[in-house]
Write a protein that binds this ligand. Structure first.
Ligand code: ZN
Length: 454
């Protein structure tokens, strides 16, 4: 990849930040969009593309969980729940080496690219060796994530997780959590190492992720906020039990507690925030924090439904994440986000404003909210990385569609098969729906999983 290359594209139709435009000429320099002209005549050297959309940010992933996708779908002897799923996850975690993690993350990342995600927020909590001791390089597991991002070409917002306790009130961590644990000083050292590790990766961003209010004390959370210089992500109010435990500990609900005790602003992403009262919903929307919604995982884990409509009415911002990576599919996340609301409200077109296209609204909201949460500009705009996708103009579900009807067709009718090419920093990584390195990455993944599951 020539980092200094200058290239130009002529797009028949493109979704720009202020709407659809025809005959768009886009110039890319050093991987960034340098110029955008509409109603432009193609030049001799332009690469000619058809329908072009900005890439979607995936604001919440635990890449290693791709390896256990489908392994927790058997009913146990007791009632299955998030907490029994977590036991399966801890068991899988016990075996992973940095090499395994790199192989699994690379597969997850090419699948993300093929489905239309061009940046991933990796909420990374698997830090230490199998016996719970730090690796010689304390960032060895993060280095595996960085290598997978580099190999796949996806943009990375790395969110190293601070995890210190098993429950509210600073409970000591359990045996299954031994690979996640830091104190604040060790974590600050890790952040320094990560700054150096990410420096060579183009357009990488470093944030921090206090795992949840179960896993950090208020004092630790305050210190993390003071050392963070990028996005701050936290799992919150995903499960009813977590809400009950938080009330027992503090007298307040998790979102209520965060909004009252921490300087919540646009740097924050509340992942899930499923269980909120109306007052919390409005206060969270007003705080500027992004809601990190992961509809496929939330459905898989039986979390519940985020109050999306009241949150949007209050002016809240959201993005989407693939979280457990049980199924990696950007358009399906958006479709399920809307369908969950329809099933709950027994209505249609819940998340669009009056007269608006639901697909168009979902897509724009997810680009905008995801960009804010991941600390990197997105969208086809000057200064953003040239990250975009092309649709298959011949797909039956897109025939005769124009403007936002193309996004309605993509999200509700065609899905992932209508995504043709995916480009990062002006380079095509995916062609006809397949990543250029798919065969090699899948072969390595196959060897890895065969070894882990033997
Ligand atoms: Zn998560």
């Amino acid at each position: 990849m020539n980092a200094n290359a200058r290239s130009s594209f002529h797009l028949a139709k493109a979704l720009l930040p202020d709407g659809w435009a025809d005959h768009v000429r886009m110039t890319v320099a050093d991987g960034l969009i340098a110029e955008i002209e509409t109603d432009a005549t193609p030049q001799a050297d332009d690469a000619r593309l058809g329908i072009v959309l900005p890439g979607l940010p995936n604001l919440h992933s635990h890449a290693f969980q791709r390896g256990m996708a489908g392994l927790a779908e058997r009913r146990g002897s007791s009632d299955d729940s998030f907490w029994t799923w977590r036991e399966t996850m801890y068991h899988f975690v016990d075996r992973l080496t940095p090499d395994h993690l790199q192989a699994i993350a690379a597969l997850a990342y090419i699948e993300m690219l093929e489905s239309g995600f061009t940046r991933v927020g990796e909420f990374h909590y698997l830090h230490h060796d199998r016996d719970g001791r730090p690796f010689a390089d304390p960032a060895a597991m993060s280095a595996a994530i960085v290598a997978a991002a580099q190999d796949s070409g996806i943009a990375l917002t790395h969110l190293p997780v601070f995890y210190a306790h098993a429950g509210f009130g600073g409970l000591p961590p359990g045996e299954g959590q031994r690979r996640f644990i830091h104190d604040i000083d060790d974590f600050a050292t890790l952040l320094d190492r990560l700054r150096a590790l990410l420096a060579p990766l183009p357009d990488a961003v470093l944030g921090v992720a206090p795992h949840s209010l179960r896993a950090v004390t208020p004092e630790e959370l305050g210190k993390l906020v003071s050392i963070a210089d990028g996005p701050i992500h936290i799992h919150v109010a995903e499960q009813v039990k977590e809400v009950e435990d938080c009330i027992a500990w503090s007298g307040a609900r998790p979102v209520e507690w965060l909004l009252g005790a921490m300087p919540i602003d646009r740097r924050w992403c509340f992942v899930h925030a499923t269980h909120m009262t109306q007052t919390e919903t409005q206060a969270m929307a007003a705080s500027g924090a992004v809601a990190g919604l992961c509809p496929i995982t939330e459905a898989n884990l039986g979390d519940g439904l985020f109050p999306t409509e009241p949150f949007l009415t209050a002016g809240g911002a959201y993005g989407i994440g693939s979280d457990s990576n049980i199924l990696i599919d950007a358009t399906e996340e958006l479709r399920l986000l809307e369908y969950g609301q329809r099933l709950g409200a027994r209505g249609r077109n819940i998340l669009a404003p009056a007269g608006g296209s639901t697909g168009g609204t979902l897509y724009r909201d997810a680009v905008r909210g995801g960009a804010q949460a991941l600390g990197a500009p997105a969208g086809l705009a000057v200064g953003a990385s040239a990250d975009f996708l092309t649709l298959d103009d011949d797909h039956p579900s897109l025939v005769g569609r124009k403007g936002d009807a193309l996004l309605d067709g993509l999200i509700f009718a065609a899905g992932r098969p209508a995504i043709d090419g995916v480009w990062r920093r002006g380079h095509r990584l995916v062609e006809k729906g397949r990543h250029a390195h798919r065969d090699r990455i899948v072969a390595r993944y196959r060897r890895t999983l065969t070894e882990i599951l033997a």
